[in-house]
Design a binder for this molecule. Structure first.
Ligand code: SF4
Length: 92
């Protein structure tokens, strides 16, 4: 693969479970910013069947670490036409 400026897109770069766990403990992922467990699992289900998902972790459409960012209410699938899953309103 050609060298890109995106570290996560390199073949030799793998995000570890420990790194993901560390991210999930930051204030960015405070409980009020997260979707429910059911919503999270539903999002993962869509991603698992999507050809854009690489190594079960990285979305090649947006470069995001899906098992991490799928927790966030404000995030949505970047595919055109509304994507395969949507953001959740902050009050929900
Ligand atoms: S966020 Fe959307 S485009 Fe990315 S892997 Fe998931 S379903 Fe596919």
């Amino acid at each position: 693969m050609a060298e890109t400026s995106c570290k996560a897109c390199r073949d030799d770069y793998k995000v570890t479970d420990a790194q993901m766990e560390r991210l999930l403990k930051t204030s960015m992922f405070a409980p009020e910013r997260r979707v429910s467990e059911a919503e999270y699992q539903d999002r993962l289900e869509h991603c698992r069947s999507c050809p854009k998902l690489r190594d079960g972790v990285t979305c090649t459409a947006c470069g995001c670490i899906i098992p991490v960012i799928a927790w966030l209410k404000e995030r949505s699938c970047p595919l055109p036409g509304g994507g395969l899953w949507s953001a959740v309103k902050a009050s929900e």
